[in-house]
Ligand binder design. Structure first.
Ligand code: CUO
Length: 662
């Protein structure tokens, strides 16, 4: 294995209780002793604010008090002179600062400091595996690592379907909600796009408000298709805050840091006014309603009220981006005082619905943490409502005209799929994979402790697109590929408007088009939406430079991306019918002039590109982000540069061990 380092930490950095023990303690980021690295002795910055959060407590960015402590700590990390000073202050923080907050703030700093882009940090599932899996695993891991020497250990198995049984219909999509890769993606996305920071530039990224809308809209579209594959109806919006939430959720996660179980939410819980001095939270449910009404008012009038009382129009170019920042809300909201913090506080109200006044001394539920929120059925009900509010705005826009949709001289004659499951069919199955828990356990095992888990997988396939370029000269196009269900939960055909909102982006790429006929073949594994399995889990056995791995320098931003194993929904045993859509749009109207060399840019659709603009000038979700009232069906909407194909997703209920793609 790789050599691990021990950091020699100045003695006065240790909290008093450790001073007697030793002058070197293995750093959390290294274990087996190898090299020894002296840590620079520096004049330490004032850490009293972030140290106010007790070491053994939960941490949530949604809690204003935690947010300001984290903001301060990020600021400290960002302002350290160089990497050695940063390392020094980190070694001081490690034994004093709440580990969740420390990990978050350091990750944000590493991601945004120009001099730390080459630094490698462990994937979050390894640092805090307790946020992603059944705690029984850790007890077994402890047994295994105490009894068995490193080379002979069998992996610990993480059970499937451990949070409920078949009496709970929602359990049919638990494999989606509780997928480790999906939850890692969501955590990463919010790490890359924080909504708050003392340093505005960390928040103020190109089109981040629009991306907040789009990435979450796509989660809902994907989840709805997944539900329909499992005989469930589309998710019901959570929009009446005075009515109980029908779905309960019992996460069965333990926090190793806080030595507590994550609290459940019982079925039919109603959110209540919050008064939790410990978190500096005091908020009434009516506040949510007020913010919501103001948001709707802005859309109805197509204008935003600024803090000075002036009205500015919501224009076509920037409207959705501003609304995204208002809704989330982020510190670049045009008027946070007035439009408030609707979406974030929705998470907070729901996550404290079991103990709104802290009388039971309980922490927040899974909705209070971006690493765990997607496990809970209510996440989708809340975000479905959020999406509906954004759609109110999209309905205000005039439909795309022919000149926006067409690409003169370019005809797409067909799109099809070729793959192992047969043409126009995608095969899905369960796959058994392995993750290393060693770094995240609250004891220090020698060597790795592997855990096995089951997740959805699909057979890889190719898109084959036939394009005829009749313009008489070479051209550049952007290929946009989407998939949608064809019928609703009752088996009736979807209207165009329902279907466009159900469109799931599968891929987007640029292609050259010679005059005459072109056959474009594109691999599913190269999707602009997903990152490969190895990147999601940063496979321990992989070395930089191996196929499927990435340079360490790119890791952190590159950790954002929909997990490839969840590219397509599960389908059904008989074959779930979907429609595949391809469009080739004019690259001259899509392109953004920028240098992409060395940037991690292969999951840009939902994650953007580090330090760059979003690499597509069109509205996110184009051409389906706007209604087209004159189209009753998808066929009505088609132009010559678009094509569709009926396809089928066929699920086989077998579990296969993951094969290394080497
Ligand atoms: Cu990602 Cu609500 O924004 O969880």
């Amino acid at each position: 294995g790789e050599e691990k380092a021990v950091f020699e930490i100045p003695e006065h950095y240790y909290p008093d209780k450790y001073k007697a023990v030793t002058t070197t303690i293995a750093n959390r980021f290294g274990d087996d002793a190898g090299r020894s690295i002296p840590v620079r002795n520096i004049a330490l910055p004032n850490l009293s604010l972030p140290m106010e959060l007790p070491y053994n407590e939960q941490f949530s960015l949604f809690i204003p008090k935690h947010r300001s402590m984290a903001g301060k700590l990020i600021d400290i990390f960002m302002n350290m002179r160089d990497v050695e000073d940063l390392q020094s202050v980190c070694s001081f923080c490690q034994l004093r600062i709440n580990p969740y907050m420390f990990n978050y703030c350091l990750s944000v700093a590493i991601l945004h400091r120009p001099d730390t882009k080459g630094i490698n940090i462990p994937t979050f599932a390894e640092t805090f595996p307790d946020k992603f899996m059944d705690p029984k695993v850790f007890r077994k891991a402890r047994e295994v690592s105490n009894v068995v020497t490193s080379g002979n250990r069998l992996p610990v198995t993480i059970p499937v379907n451990y949070t409920a049984n078949d009496s709970e219909p929602e359990q049919r999509v638990a494999y989606f909600r509780e997928d480790i890769g999906i939850n890692l993606h969501h955590w990463h996305w919010h790490l890359v796009y924080p909504f708050d920071s003392a340093d505005r530039s960390i928040v103020n990224k190109d089109r981040r408000g629009e991306l907040f809308y789009y990435m979450h809209q796509q989660i809902i579209a994907r989840y709805n298709m997944e539900r329909m594959c499992n005989g469930l109806g589309r998710v019901v919006r959570y929009m009446n805050f005075r009515e109980p939430i029908a779905e309960g959720y019992f996460p069965k996660l333990d926090s190793q840091v806080a030595s507590r179980a994550w609290p459940p939410r019982f079925a039919d819980t109603t959110i209540r006014d919050l008064d939790r001095p410990v978190d500096l939270i005091r908020a009434d449910v009516s506040q949510l309603e007020t913010w919501r009404d103001r948001f709707i008012q802005a859309i109805e009038s197509l204008s935003i009220t600024l803090p000075n009382g002036r009205q500015v129009p919501l224009d076509e170019e920037r409207g959705i981006d501003q609304l995204g920042n208002m809704m989330e809300s982020s510190i670049i909201s045009p008027n946070r005082q007035y439009y408030g913090d609707f979406h974030n506080m929705g998470h907070v109200f729901i996550s404290y619905s079991h103990d709104p006044d802290h009388r039971h001394l309980e922490q927040f539920g899974v909705m209070g943490d971006s690493a765990t929120a997607m496990r809970d059925p209510v996440f989708y009900r809340w975000h479905s409502y959020i999406d509906d509010l954004f759609q109110l705005y999209k309905y205000k826009l005039s439909p795309y005209t022919d000149d926006k949709l067409d690409f003169a001289g370019i005809r797409v004659s067909s799109i099809s799929l070729e793959g192992a499951a047969g043409n126009n069919t995608i095969g899905t199955f369960w796959e058994l994979s392995t993750v290393d828990l060693a770094r995240g356990l609250d004891f220090t095992p020698r060597g790795s402790v592997l855990a096995r888990f089951t997740h959805l997988q699909h057979q890889e396939f190719n898109y084959v697109i036939e394009v005829n370029n009749t313009s008489g000269q070479g051209a550049m196009g952007t290929v946009r590929i989407f998939m949608a269900p064809t019928t609703n939960e009752n088996g009736e055909p979807l209207s165009f408007d329902e279907q466009r909102r159900a469109m799931v982006e599968l891929d987007k790429f640029t292609t050259g088009l010679r005059p005459g006929n072109n056959t474009i073949r594109h691999r599913s594994i190269d999707s602009s939406v997903t990152i490969p399995y190895e990147r999601t889990f940063r496979d321990q056995s992989a070395r930089p430079g191996d196929p499927g791995t990435t340079e360490a320098a790119d890791f952190d931003f590159c950790g954002c991306g929909w997990p490839h194993h969840m590219l397509v929904p599960k389908g059904t045993a008989q074959g779930y019918p979907v429609v595949l859509f391809a469009m080739v749009s004019n690259w001259n109207e899509d392109r953004v002039e920028q240098d992409l060399v060395g940037s991690c840019n292969d999951a840009a659709s939902y994650c953007g590109i580090r330090d760059r603009k979003y690499p597509d000038r069109r509205a996110m979700g184009f051409p389906f982000d706007r209604p087209a009232p004159h189209a009753n069906t998808l066929s009505d909407f088609l132009r010559p540069n678009m094509a569709i194909q009926e396809c089928s997703i066929r699920f086989t209920d077998t579990t296969r061990p993951r094969q290394q793609r080497r």
